[in-house]
Ligand binder design. Structure first.
Ligand code: F3S
Length: 424
């Protein structure tokens, strides 16, 4: 690993013990990956907050200890300085306001709040969402980032044309203190060309349809980079958010190209660059139906819990849910939790959407989600969700049955107390 003079000085301790630890971690990590150098980043999105029971005993020794152990992989506690570059907190395990509904012990919620004050004083912005790009962290094309969270990484790489690999707690912890990350993988332009062609012959328009196409794509290309042809409708932020989250769940897709939509691929030729264009993988009506069926992991129709907002909802999605719930009442045996970034919740509150959702018996949650927190309403056996990603993970994590469908199907089923969806 070649270091610049400034990096070598940080490695040698010119900026203190924590930065030296961070440089040591980045060098070891980069060498393991075969990186020859580091690259400067001014955009870090990681997980720093102390919000799980397992962190409690570490936090008894102070938050410097938590950062040292979990974000720098250091047995020795070092004093953590202000971060070197703009850094944000991704999703956490606890909603600071709805922790009782989540079944979180108040002491643990208090620990998270104290942890946030500690991190905030060191310059880490408490966005507390898996969609930082919805609330102000929007890297520009070509910008080198150090982001965790697979659904955010695929959005940043593909839709925004930024450059990041899927980082971890330790590498983002070190990047925040140094403004560096190993230069490998998707930071290198030559690694960003398409390897597979997906020919879309089925109509893909509704948000659920984009999730199903993403889920199909992840299985089809695994960790490779696909390009698409034949798309019949222009997607939006919300549709690409669902598409990418699904592709990163069924596979490990971190980058895709859609000519005419994503910035690095104005044409298919540009998407493939020097790579030979392979035989297309066809996504037609049969593949769409099979994939939709694959997302149904339930047999009981009596519904205990509906989860909306994975990835966290946009304000448009909050408006749609409020419209569907206006004047209605969610079934007494069914819980509905709607997840959105705290910044968007503010807008939803002021726009009257939260009030409508809550008057119908729903809960508007921020800061967390059931897959990350591993907390659902008590006694849940059967869930439904409008997210292919959540339908993929939650049944396995929580040992529940799971239905997948459109927002309308989910909301109407929450009102009925039973799953009304049909495979479309
Ligand atoms: Fe976000 Fe949780 Fe889904 S982190 S992408 S809401 S699984």
């Amino acid at each position: 690993m070649r270091l610049t003079d400034a990096e070598q000085a940080m490695f040698d301790g010119s900026k203190g013990a924590a930065v030296a630890r961070a440089m040591d971690l980045l060098v070891r990590y980069g060498e393991a990956l075969g990186a020859e150098r580091l690259v400067e980043t001014r955009n870090v999105a990681g997980a720093f907050n102390a919000s799980t029971p397992s962190v409690r005993h570490i936090a008894e020794d102070g938050f410097d200890r938590v950062y040292s152990e979990l974000n720098l992989d250091s047995d020795e506690t070092v004093e953590i300085p202000h971060v070197a570059v703009p850094t944000c907190q991704l999703i956490t395990g606890i909603d600071n306001d709805n922790f009782a509904t989540q079944g979180v012990d108040p002491d643990l919620a208090d620990l998270q709040k104290r942890s946030e004050r500690y991190l905030g004083r060191r310059g880490i912005n408490m966005m507390c969402t898996c969609t930082p790009y919805q609330v102000g962290n929007v890297p520009v094309r070509g910008e080198h980032c150090a982001w965790m969270e697979s659904s955010a990484v695929i959005y940043a790489n593909s839709v925004l044309g930024a450059r990041t690999n899927v980082e971890g707690k330790e590498s983002t912890g070190a990047a925040a203190l140094t403004g560096r990350i190993p230069y490998w993988g998707l930071h290198l332009p030559e690694n960003r060309f398409a390897q597979h062609l997906v020919r879309v012959e089925a109509e893909v328009d509704d948000m659920a349809d984009w999730g199903v196409l993403g889920y199909f794509t992840g299985f089809a290309v695994e960790e490779d980079i696909p390009a698409f042809e034949g798309l019949s409708h222009q997607p939006s932020l919300v549709k690409l958010k669902h598409f990418g989250a699904a592709a990163a769940s069924s596979g490990g897709v971190e980058l895709y190209h859609m000519p005419g939509v994503t910035p690095e691929a104005p044409t298919l030729d540009a998407a493939f660059g020097p790579n030979a264009r392979p035989e297309p993988i066809v996504y037609g009506a049969a593949e769409r139906k099979r994939t939709w069926e694959r997302l149904q992991n339930a047999s009981d129709r009596k519904l205990d819990f509906v989860m909306l907002g994975c990835p966290h909802n946009s304000i448009d999605q909050m408006a749609l849910i409020a419209e569907l719930l206006e004047g209605k009442r969610i079934h007494a045996d069914t819980a509905l939790w709607v997840h959105t970034p705290r910044a968007i919740r503010q807008i939803a509150d002021r726009s009257g959407f939260s009030e409508i959702i809550e008057a119908a018996g729903g809960v508007v949650m921020s800061d967390t989600c059931p897959s990350i927190s591993r907390r659902l309403p008590q006694g849940v056996r059967v869930i439904a969700t409008d997210s292919a990603k959540q339908a993929h993970y939650l049944p396995a994590i929580a040992k529940v049955q799971g239905w997948f469908g459109s927002v309308e199907q989910c909301v109407n089923s929450a009102i009925a107390g039973e799953w009304l969806g049909v495979v479309q």
